[in-house]
Design a protein around this ligand. Sequence first.
Ligand SMILES: NC(=O)c1ccc[n+]([C@@H]2O[C@H](COP(=O)([O-])OP(=O)(O)OC[C@H]3O[C@@H](n4cnc5c(N)ncnc54)[C@H](OP(=O)(O)O)[C@@H]3O)[C@@H](O)[C@H]2O)c1
Length: 344
Amino acid sequence: MQAYRISTFGVEALESTTLPMPEVGPGMVLVRIHAVSLNYRDLMVVEGRYNPKMELPRIPCSDGAGEIVAVGAGVESVGVGDRVCTLFFQRWMDGAISSENSKGALGGDVDGVLAEYVALPQDGVIRFPSHLSYEEASTLPCAGLTAWNALHHAGVPESPGGAGETVLVQGTGGVSIFALQFAKLAGMRIFGISSSDEKLERAAALGLDAGCNYRDVPEWSRWVATVTERRGVNRLIEVGGAGTFAQSLEAAGFGGLIAQIGVLSGGVATGAVPLTQILRKQLRVQGIYVGSKTMFAEMNETIAGAGLRPVVGEVFAFEAARDALMTMKSGQHFGKIVVKGTVA
Ligand SMILES: NC(=O)c1ccc[n+]([C@@H]2O[C@H](COP(=O)([O-])OP(=O)(O)OC[C@H]3O[C@@H](n4cnc5c(N)ncnc54)[C@H](OP(=O)(O)O)[C@@H]3O)[C@@H](O)[C@H]2O)c1
């Protein structure tokens, strides 16, 4: 089968290769991959920034959608012909995250899905809503589920966000656009920041209530204060990291929750970070790490019920996977970047 493998770090060095078909042992399923969506993590993995000590060679990418074409002995929960997504965390089925169930993430700890076929345990896949194409479904395992967790669980099983809350989304990438779509469904009021006025307009068409260009307004927490009549926001989808965290602390309202998801501008804060805002406003800074299979099932139910369609910004052919990664690196995209499998 065809697959991409990292033998040396770097997008240009990502090799397209022919590998033996994966073996389908007892309790396992063989998935023919039809689409793979990219996450910023995949770029970091390929460039050696995610885990410079990662064992190589490694097939990258966590998020695939495909069709089950064979099952091993004892497989009962899914069958041949099922259209499924791969799970980012192959072992986090339910409850809270732990050191044990967060091991074995696809495209990091173990081989990922940027290949024609992948063999996984039957529990490591989940059927997706029938109205979605493979390309759309491939966006769910990491970006979709992370946004869902941040809005409706905040890292723990029970912490529902809901109607009437205000939320701020940062940028217009995969996680943030999902957060915008889910927040809209939940009846939240949504504010957003972006580097681009044109992207803010596109976000407004999806339901963004008000937007601010963070290049023009680096102290965008002041803008948040204005649009919320000084109340601040209830929830922040924090993906910027070092460059945005201080502003997020300022922008959060009393009792607010900062869902700490990403580190796009670095993972180590360098400037002044107003820690007193955390105690003064009794903020919660909650790390979010994708989500469990139970959360995925709940998200699927909502997506199916609402007929929601993920925003796929650009689609690349399998042979152009390196171009897809370079597009992610450029930050020009809106929503998700998808690489097609070798079959439609
Ligand atoms: N913890 C988890 O479980 C988890 C899961 C998924 C992703 N992540 C992390 O979350 C982050 C976003 O991931 P993604 O896959 O959604 O990325 P993505 O699709 O590449 O989105 C990146 C977008 O964020 C915006 N951005 C970039 N730098 C920014 C900054 N300094 N301040 C505000 N916005 C900025 C840009 O949008 P504009 O051009 O509109 O400004 C950019 O296009 C990454 O750090 C990723 O590793 C974490």
